[in-house]
Design a protein around this ligand. Sequence first.
Ligand SMILES: [Fe+2]
Length: 331
Amino acid sequence: MLSAIASVIRSVMVVIMTVVTFIAPFSHKKESKIERKNENCKAAFAAISDTHLKDNFIRLGMFEFGLQDLAQAKDKLDAFVIDGDITDHGYPEHWQAFTDTLLKYDVSDNNIMVLGNHDTWGGDRTYEYTKSNFIKYSKDATGRDIDDVYFTADICGCPVIVLGSQADHTGPTFYRDQLDWFAEEMAKAAEKGLPIFVFCHQPFNGTHGLPYNWELEKDADPDDGGIGESSDEILEICNRYKNVVFISGHVHAGLSTADDKTNYSSVEKVGNVTSVNLPSYEYFDFMRGGHLFNGTGYIFEVYDNEILLRARNFATGTWLEKYDYVIEITG
Ligand SMILES: [Fe+2]
């Protein structure tokens, strides 16, 4: 009974908050354009997650509000990353709607797509189908030539490593080929002596309020909502190096700090690694708490000695300084 009531409250709140956020861009002037906070910024990029796009004007409209904000940045962004669940179900029409909308705006010359579990659920749900679709739309939407769902990229010299599930389950599957590739690429990336950004749709097991924050049940399995069986290995590889920032989405939570009355923080340290769990850009879950508005994400600004994480609602053009975070770069 209680879970039925919670489910109804969740659905009603999602509708209310979606309507509120959708009309917000019309109801007040944008607070400010995106600009770098300090001088001598080496790289600035935006990251959002869980846009869950389909051929639905509300979802696409919310995405478009954000793209307008990003494209109006005073200094063009060095990259724009969407950290998985780009589409709601990975159907070609969902990918096409995403592609057509993204291509309307000149956000960055370096757009990066990350595969989420929802993106694997179109067609016959085979890996070959998912892989070919992801490769095709990555090329069409971003111009990026990739040959698999996991690949490397670069943001102003900072290495970027993108992980992608090799199966269609809610938790990801990383086979030995990808895990070995990841270890090799991390070793190569570390030689540059710059921050390394790793993108993976799912967070490490047990981080950001998991596993409770996934099913909202106290007896959840330890790997619920997380990477699952490869979590420890991927974390161990990340922890071999300095200045690794691991960026995930998937949980559909809002923004939260360690001081908030939630059971999670959007940014936390896991050993040497800084783990950032991006808020859900759309389709957030009211029951997880935190700052719950559609359109949220982070701008990352890289400086010589630190990385600034600046929370922003891209749909309304509003900075959310309370959720900002500073990562010190260690020599
Ligand atoms: Fe999602």
